[in-house]
Design a protein around this ligand. Structure first.
Ligand code: ADP
Ligand code: MG
Length: 238
């Protein structure tokens, strides 16, 4: 569950082609990390997978089913952004439960799901607080919790830790790795942090100017980068 396939995916903004034909299969349960310079199309690709952006060409398949025309809420995935986008007037619990409430879940279902996510993320003492009463790291954990309660088959993370200070980045990265082990859900994770990429990824996808430059395990890319561009992104001394 949660396998993703991209077939010849392209995206134009006006006359500019920013995604130039991406083919990729992400296996169910895989942790796949995207790296590449700013502007190469990582966020656009994630937003297309999430359904927040139309595709210009190509197919996006989730568990073998074409989802290009499916509304974001029906894709059984959840996206976590760099900025947390929590509702300021809602408590942590209500922020985390909102999507379930909108989907018509009962009160007890919502409580069970939010309690479970809170336990996973050690958010229990904070459930009645408002976002303004939380630190940046706590807010990002709430955003991750909000994703978990929906039990998505696929998580999309777009540079989720880049607004956190160094110590919190490490702690939250370890937490995300643990979540992946517990949930066994497919995760696609964009970062510009080499350590995050090397430690989290089963496979790293290196993007450049709207294309995939190379895909491989961290060690494959480290030991056999296709070129100096790839080498520059995964820290090998080439
Ligand atoms: P990344 O996340 O890798 O930094 P993006 O996916 O944000 O890159 O952007 C890829 C390219 O598409 C950039 O050149 C960016 O300026 C352009 N772009 C992104 N969103 C839009 C938009 N809504 N309208 C026009 N151009 C966009
Ligand atoms: Mg981006």
């Amino acid at each position: 569950m949660g396998a993703l396939e991209l077939r010849g995916v392209t995206k134009n903004f006006g006359k500019t082609e920013v995604i130039k034909g991406v083919d990729l299969t992400v296996n169910a349960g895989e942790f796949c990390v995207f790296v590449g310079p700013s502007g190469c199309g990582k966020s656009t690709l994630l937003r297309m997978i999430a359904g927040l952006e139309d595709t210009t060409g190509g197919d996006i398949l989730l568990d073998g089913r074409r989802v290009n025309d499916l509304a974001p809420a029906r894709r059984e995935l959840a996206m976590v952004f760099q900025t947390y986008a929590l509702y300021p007037h809602l408590s942590v619990r209500d922020n985390m439960g909102l999507a379930l409430k909108q989907a018509g879940a009962s009160r007890s279902e919502i409580t069970a799901a939010t309690d479970r996510a809170a336990a996973m993320l050690e958010l229990e003492p904070l459930m009645d607080r408002r976002p303004a009463e939380l630190s940046g790291g706590q807010r990002q954990r709430v955003a991750i919790g909000r994703a978990i309660v929906r039990r998505p088959k696929l998580f999309l993370f777009d540079e989720p830790l880049s607004n956190l200070d160094a110590a919190l980045r490490v702690a939250t990265r370890i937490e995300i790795a643990r979540l992946h082990r517990e949930l066994k859900t497919t995760m696609i994770y964009v970062t510009h942090d080499q350590i995050e990429a090397m430690t989290l990824a089963h496979r790293i996808v290196v993007m450049r100017q709207g294309r995939i430059e190379q895909v491989g395990s961290p060690m494959e890319l480290y030991n056999n980068p296709a070129n100096t561009f790839v080498a520059g992104f995964i820290g090998s001394p080439q």
